[in-house]
Design a protein around this ligand. Structure first.
Ligand code: TMP
Ligand code: MG
Length: 206
């Protein structure tokens, strides 16, 4: 059996990642594929609850401490994600290590220091970056509720994301309509899934 594909959606707050993740999962299910949604931070775990308290401003934490908690929140999901991929289940993932690095670096931490705790996490097979200018994000509902939803920080985050971007990323213009974005993401994902049927490889970072 071919291993499942790890499909990642990244981007700044309010770019539409969660909407697109749900639509992608539903579309793949409608094609009779096994697929599950993961979201980071996963606020349901003990570590996730600490992250949630920080993001909603009910707890203060050192910048490095919160960075490590975000990373630990990914590590605690790794064995389960690996098992699912091995069982042929595709995973659609809403944010991952790129968000970890982008947000903490934007706050002023060193880039290499930020990357280190995530080394060895399962690597995504396809990364979509939903790109939206900050001024546009600000106009969308809810911007400003959580700790990082501030214009200046979001601008820095976008810059770091664009620096992290490599040729394997697929950039999606998040100013486009929800449906136009969906069809673009679905098409690329289906191509990747078809590729994956040819090779059962487990892409892992060193
Ligand atoms: P969410 O809005 O997708 O639930 O994410 C909550 C916030 O956490 C968002 O502003 C991005 C930020 N974040 C990090 O700072 N580091 C991380 O590793 C992740 C996954 C998210
Ligand atoms: Mg948010």
């Amino acid at each position: 059996m071919a291993r499942g594909r790890f499909i990642l959606l990244e981007g700044c707050d309010r770019a539409g990642k969660s909407t697109q993740c749900t639509m992608l999962v539903d579309a793949l299910k409608a094609k009779d594929l096994s697929v599950e949604l993961y979201k980071f931070p996963d606020r349901t775990t003990t570590i996730g609850q600490m992250i949630h308290a920080y993001l909603t401003n009910s707890k203060e934490l050192d910048d490095r401490a919160i960075h490590l908690l975000f990373s630990a929140n990914r590590w605690e999901a790794m064995q389960e994600m690996k098992r699912k991929l091995s069982a042929g289940i595709h995973l659609v993932v809403d944010r991952y290590a790129y968000s970890g690095v982008a947000f903490s670096t934007a706050k002023g931490l060193d880039l290499t220091w930020c990357k280190n705790p995530d080394r060895g996490l399962i690597r995504p097979d396809i990364t979509f970056f939903l790109d939206l200018p900050t001024s546009e994000a600000e106009r969308r509902g809810g911007f400003g509720d959580e700790r990082y939803e501030k214009r200046e920080l979001q601008e820095n985050v976008r810059e770091v994301f664009l620096k992290l971007k490599d040729k394997e990323w697929t950039v999606i213009d998040a100013k486009k309509s929800i449906l136009a974005m969906h069809f673009e993401i679905l098409r690329e994902t289906e191509l990747k899934i078809r590729d994956g049927e040819k090779d059962g490889r487990f892409a892992e970072e060193d």
